[in-house]
Design a protein around this ligand. Structure first.
Ligand SMILES: [Zn+2]
Length: 151
């Protein structure tokens, strides 16, 4: 049984804009959805909860800095209640929105641990969240996180 993240990993296409566009089900408003334990969940909220390591409350608004509702690139997301974090990093130019490489179509998906997707998150989040925090999310050591960040 693949984990939720493994299931998500296969359904994200990186657009030339840098957006991680959800290829699975979408709501009418365009938000990506995935089923988890029989419940439909918003993909961008799952990614935000993972990256910001914060259980999201119903009132927590996830904003798309890119105005692309199907996008779940963590650096394009901001929790309304946590503005000082990613948003300020973007404003200060510490994060760039350079184009990411296209995900090869039809390529076999590597195991979640160490997949391009997890490495991409680590590289994007460098300097915004701690390596301790990222190591915890991806269940690898901080040395591995630092290595990924340099790739
Ligand atoms: Zn985006």
């Amino acid at each position: 049984m693949p984990s939720l993240l493994e299931r998500m990993d296969g359904r994200i296409e990186v657009a030339t804009s840098g957006c991680w566009e959800w290829q699975g089900a979408r709501t009418k408003a365009g938000y990506g959805q995935i089923h988890c334990d029989g419940k439909a969940m918003y993909v961008h909220r799952i990614v935000a909860a993972l990256v910001f390591k914060q259980e999201l409350k119903r009132k927590d608004v996830i904003l798309h800095l890119c105005d692309n509702p199907c996008c779940c690139n963590p650096v394009h997301l901001r929790i309304g209640t946590q503005r000082e974090n990613i948003y300020d990093a973007v404003a200060k130019g510490r994060l760039d929105f350079v184009h990411l490489e296209q995900r090869p179509r039809g390529a076999a998906h590597p195991a979640y641990k160490g997949s391009n997707w997890s490495r991409r998150i680590v590289r994007r989040c460098k300097g915004v969240v701690s390596s301790y925090f990222l190591a915890d999310i991806f269940s690898v050591g901080q040395t591995t996180i630092r290595r990924w960040a340099k790739e």
